[in-house]
Design a protein around this ligand. Structure first.
Ligand code: HEC
Ligand code: HEC
Ligand code: HEC
Ligand code: HEC
Length: 129
């Protein structure tokens, strides 16, 4: 093999490596939720295949979950993509802002209940492997 070809191969391999690192940090790979903000988790991680879930559930608006509130009003044209739930929702409730566990439960469960689809039991979401 010529040095030129070898150089090209190495460049390609490096690019492929970069691509893997980039996708590992995108939401495409979220398959389950185990929020480190809880510290020691009592339950198995909750099943949530981010992109596939939202596609099947036909939710186009990111702000359906990644919301922004101002003076108690949900802002229609803004979302908080990139800010984790735990950056706003502390472990304890703060007035109308539910604590972190309630925030997840309320958001996930209320929609499943309203639509009559999706898991609503503890084991339905917190599945043992
Ligand atoms: C930028 C800060 C911020 C982020 C990020 C955020 N929230 Fe909230 N959330 C709030 C505030 C403020 C309220 C209180 C709204 C009010 O005053 O009624 C709230 C209210 C809620 C409520 C109760 C009202 C409702 O919409 O049902 C739930 C449930 C909730 N958040 C879940 C979540 C979840 C789950 C995430 C992550 C996917 C999240 N929030 C991300 C700030 C945030
Ligand atoms: C059904 C609820 C829901 C919808 C709709 C949703 N997400 Fe998420 N998303 C989540 C949850 C829950 C997490 C994990 C949050 C955490 O770790 O605090 C998350 C995490 C992410 C992350 C990883 C980084 C972060 O913010 O923690 C990205 C990026 C993201 N979502 C983008 C999007 C985009 C873009 C859309 C709209 C096309 C969208 N999401 C719609 C629930 C949702
Ligand atoms: C705005 C509505 C909405 C919200 C919010 C929502 N879901 Fe769902 N979810 C659905 C719908 C609709 C389905 C049924 C989709 C289908 O037809 O299979 C579903 C199905 C599911 C399923 C079954 C498997 C699958 O992916 O289809 C799981 C697990 C699930 N949801 C977990 C969650 C979790 C965890 C959260 C909170 C982080 C959440 N969901 C938030 C609407 C929602
Ligand atoms: C619709 C899905 C859903 C249902 C139903 C549900 N959970 Fe969760 N739960 C979540 C999500 C999402 C989180 C946040 C991610 C995580 O597990 O860290 C969470 C977090 C928790 C936590 C804090 C983290 C930990 O593991 O210590 C506990 C405790 C918990 N849930 C217990 C329960 C119990 C008990 C039930 C039944 C009464 C239940 N959950 C039902 C989705 C669900």
């Amino acid at each position: 093999m010529s040095m030129k070809k070898l150089g090209l191969l190495i460049t390609l391999a490096a690019l492929a490596g970069l691509l893997c690192v980039a996708t590992a940090f995108s939401q495409e790979d979220i398959m389950q939720l185990k929020d480190p903000a809880f510290g020691q988790n009592q339950r198995p991680a909750a099943v949530f295949q981010h992109d596939m879930h939202n596609e099947k559930a036909e939710i186009d608006d990111c702000a359906a979950c990644h919301h922004v509130y101002e003076n108690g009003q949900k802002l229609e044209d803004e979302d908080s993509v990139g800010t984790s739930c735990s950056e706003c929702h502390t472990l304890k409730n703060q007035g109308k802002q539910p604590g972190l566990m309630l925030a997840y439960h309320k958001q996930c469960k209320s929609c499943h209940v309203a639509k009559g689809v999706g898991p609503v039991t503890c084991a339905g979401c917190h599945q043992k492997k």
